[in-house]
Design a protein. Structure first.
Length: 177
């Protein structure tokens, strides 16, 4: 993963002539998006936003992708602060408000970070993939076996979303993890 982060950071730094540069790191759950994004952010000094913070629950992938555009990408593109609310997965409701100031490079990490709606606001996209069993093992070790009930529901949304939005095909970088 470190090697991929170095490669992407080097390529992105060549592309970042503007401070509002936005990189999306997308792929299915457990592929390694968060790890890669943290490495690239640490190497580049970019801000990091996690899609997990805005999905409105286990059936909210499509809405979360739209919230990314409405709450974060559009305001930043208009040089306005992006104000968003964190979804509290345990309470099943939105919680506190957060703000991202315009003017710095940003990495958006998570399923749905690339969509047909977000594409006009993105400067580059990464697709991270891994074997389905490996991904499921990672998710269960990270989130516990409570995800067993929701794995199929979320995976079906991911597949449909990625197919409809052409996420993998639109990526500038493909990382096999």
């Amino acid at each position: 993963m470190h090697e991929a982060a170095v490669r992407i950071t080097d390529a992105v730094q060549c592309l970042t002539g503007r401070p509002e540069f936005v990189l999306a790191i997308d792929g299915s759950s457990g592929a390694g998006k968060t790890t890669l994004a943290a490495c690239v952010a640490a190497r580049s000094g970019a801000g990091l936003f996690h899609m997990d913070d805005i999905y409105p629950g286990w059936t909210g992938l499509e809405r979360g992708a739209q919230y990314l555009v409405d709450w974060i990408l559009r305001p930043l593109a208009e040089h306005r602060p992006a104000v968003w609310r964190r979804y509290d997965w345990h309470a099943g409701a939105y919680a506190e408000t957060h703000t991202i100031r315009p003017g710095g490079p940003l990495i958006v990490e998570g399923v749905g970070s690339y969509s047909l709606q977000s594409a006009p606001y993105l400067h580059s996209a990464v697709w991270v993939e891994a074997d389905a069993q490996q991904r499921r093992t990672r998710v269960e070790s990270r989130d516990g076996h409570s995800t067993t009930r929701t794995w199929s529901l979320w995976a079906a949304q991911e597949q449909m979303f990625h197919r409809e939005h052409g996420t993998r095909e639109a990526a500038d970088f493909l990382i096999r993890n």
